[in-house]
Design a protein around this ligand. Sequence first.
Ligand code: ADP
Length: 232
Amino acid sequence: MDLIRIRNVEKKYKNGVTAIYDLSLAIEKGAFVFVIGGSGSGKSTLIKMLYREEKPTQGQIIVGGLDVAKLKNKKVYKLRRKLGIVFQDYRLLMKQTVYENVAFALEVIGAPKDEIRQKVLKALEDVGLKNKIHNYPEQLSGGEQQRVAIARAIVNDPKLLLCDEPTGNLDPEKSMEIMQVLDDINKNRGTTIIMATHDKEIVNRMKKQVITLKDGHLVNFKKKGTYNNEAV
Ligand code: ADP
């Protein structure tokens, strides 16, 4: 079963730049997919369209049965509840503890306290940070902060986890730790993961599906891929 279907999508920004054109692809439930390509190839634009930060100017994007471009603004929450997002720069609340950062998303939807506690502890356990729940972000390393961000993104058990250059600020060793965490989440929770990256080493080592973008269009979709030179 496909979780995502993209048909003939084009994204032209207001300044006239066409960031994506003629893009069609499907991603099945439970997949782990890298999106690779040089700087400016459209990776972030594709990720942003999947969570309706940007709308396509043409074509159709279906995520978990929702027609993303057609969703009314007041219904975007329905899409956002199906997914979690991880960014390069963590985006944690610096004055809140690790626990509070992860709990926040559940508090805003009014989940009961007991359920929040159980889910937060499970998510922190899954990222290997159960022993740091009372720390503040500034007391953590970059890799640990990113693991908090991942825990926050998965706490409500979304079907889809979108990651935009999640290892971009980390050294190779910490990057591989993050990849291990993401691989475990994909395998144990069945979460579909889409990760934009330009890190060849990671893509080659993980042996996952690879979507290659070049100048806004799809040049390759490999089911078990390595970083190919068409991308650079
Ligand atoms: P990548 O993530 O692969 O570096 P992006 O999706 O960020 O690529 O960018 C693709 C193209 O779209 C680039 O030419 C970029 O300059 C342009 N672009 C990205 N965001 C915007 C925006 N908000 N307004 C105008 N142009 C943009």
